[in-house]
Design a protein around this ligand. Structure first.
Ligand code: DOR
Ligand code: ZN
Length: 463
């Protein structure tokens, strides 16, 4: 008789063939041993999580979190970010290179990984910057999942889009893609046409249009050309050079259409949508929260195109763009958003927001799983170790009380940002438990594991 350490019993479980009712997920050590019809295996002395009436999905993977560590640890650090992640159903969180010093060399990346050891609740990794061509192979050898390139440099502030990391010369981008192609790792790009952005910025600044409304709608000028032209360029560069291109920050209808066409042409291109674009980018939301929503405001037809792009598989991945800045740092945005950092904390609440969206008919539960776990794991080389519920995979699970209604705001806020943009919202979908490699790391929205349990989640091919 086999012996198990943990049994998640009787749930509606995500499997290779979709959701199946009445399964037991049986865990030995850190991995899934078996997935069987409920009651068909003896549980022995296993710890039991009764998941009857619950939905069991694979641990969520966020390939786009800003951990702020090192350099901006008053905003966040790997411990606080990973606590927010665990509470929010996220079992892998992957950081971004706009830290200080930015991760532009293998030595700096190695140091960051050393610093993170022993400090994270959940599994983690970091997407270094590919701005130094010669460093790219060494960065890949350290087990990064992807590389992150910003095409944007901020005008009236030096953070979050700091000078040195932003590259918009097309020949430089082409050379970077050649190098990342040869590592097999995806190149994630924040698309932006810097010259057109600067034209738009100057028109705003010259007319003293500085508050949340003109800032949030700035890219409406020329109908999203800042993003559209950048995505068109990136797709053409990928077409010529090959390599894996992962386009971040889908915002407009035309960017969705461009990605759709590139995929139909067989290009190795994937796309990410952000939580703020789906949930904090209505004018009503921006009017209410001002700098605490921003992000950007999207035209209704742009947001509709994002949901449609998720539904037809054009959009592959939901990245949080968890971008914590303190409450105090955001305040100046009511007067001058151009000089105030953009971004919102997301890790703790975005899965709940997606579950709620599925109740409202905006997305299917299957697509929630696909964009938060299955595709991030596949695209970034973590599958089949993660992103699936099957024997041999890591026992990374989220137990969801899908129909439970609750109001956000009473739970602790784990991000150092110290606020939750969704406070006071009543939502449907509650997270009973987050399980990482066989261990419960959060229950009922409270973190139960200590920092140090999390490990670097390396691509399977590099293990
Ligand atoms: O709003 C944003 N904030 N967009 C980004 O690309 C970066 C992020 C941050 O780091 O704050
Ligand atoms: Zn980001």
């Amino acid at each position: 008789m086999s012996s198990y350490d943990l049994a998640v019993t009787g749930g509606r479980v995500w499997t290779d063939s979709g959701f199946v009712d009445g399964l037991d997920v049986l865990v030995s050590g850190e991995t899934i041993a078996e997935v069987v019809p409920t009651g068909s295996a003896s549980l022995g002395s296993a710890e039991v999580i009764d998941a009857s009436g619950r939905v069991v999905i694979p641990g969520v993977i966020d390939t786009h979190s800003h951990h702020r560590d090192p350099g901006f640890t008053h905003k966040e650090d790997i411990t606080s970010a990973s606590r927010a992640a665990a509470a929010g159903g996220v079992t892998v969180t992957v950081g971004m290179p706009n830290v200080d010093p930015p991760t532009t060399t293998a030595a700096l990346f190695e140091k960051l990984l050393e610093d993170f050891r022993g400090r994270s609740v959940v599994d983690y990794n970091h997407n270094p910057s590919p701005t130094n061509l010669g460093e790219i192979p060494g960065l890949a050898a350290l087990g990064c999942l992807g590389f992150k390139l910003f095409m944007v440099v901020d005008g009236k502030r030096s953070y979050p889009h700091m000078p040195g990391l932003g590259i918009h010369d097309h020949s430089d981008i082409a050379k970077i893609l050649e190098q990342t192609r040869d590592t097999g790792r995806p190149l994630m790009v924040h698309p932006n046409d810097q010259a057109l952005l600067e034209l738009i910025e100057h028109r705003h600044w010259d007319a003293d249009l500085m508050g949340p409304e003109p800032y949030s709608k700035a890219e409406w000028m020329f109908d999203g050309v800042v993003w559209n032209s950048a995505v068109a360029t990136l797709i053409e560069i990928q077409r010529g050079i090959g390599g894996k291109l992962h386009v971040l920050h889908m915002m407009s209808d035309r960017t969705v259409e461009l990605i759709r066409r590139a995929k139909a042409d067989g290009q190795d291109v994937t796309a990410e949508v952000n939580a703020f674009a789906l949930f904090l980018a209505n004018w009503d939301e921006v009017a209410h929260l001002g700098p605490y929503a921003l992000g950007r405001c999207l035209k209704d037809e742009w947001r509709a195109a994002l949901w449609a792009g998720i539904a037809d598989g054009t959009i592959d991945v939901l990245g949080t763009d968890h971008a914590p800045h303190t409450f105090e740092e955001k305040k100046s945005g009511w007067e001058n958003m151009w000089a105030t950092p953009t971004g919102t904390p997301q890790l703790q609440h975005y899965v709940i927001k997606l579950l709620d969206a599925s109740h409202r008919g905006l997305i299917t539960l299957e697509d929630v799983v696909r964009i938060t776990s299955v595709e991030p794991a596949r695209r970034f080389g973590l599958a089949p170790r993660k992103g699936v519920i099957a024997p041999g995979s890591d026992a990374d699970l989220v137990v969801v009380d899908y129909d439970r209604e609750h109001t956000l705001g009473d739970e602790p806020v784990y991000s150092k940002a110290g606020y939750n943009p969704y406070t006071d919202e009543t939502v449907k979908g509650f997270l009973d438990a987050t399980v990482l490699r066989g261990r419960v790391v959060a229950r009922d929205g409270f973190v139960t594991a200590e920092p140090g349990y999390g490990q670097q989640a390396k691509p399977v091919s590099a293990m």
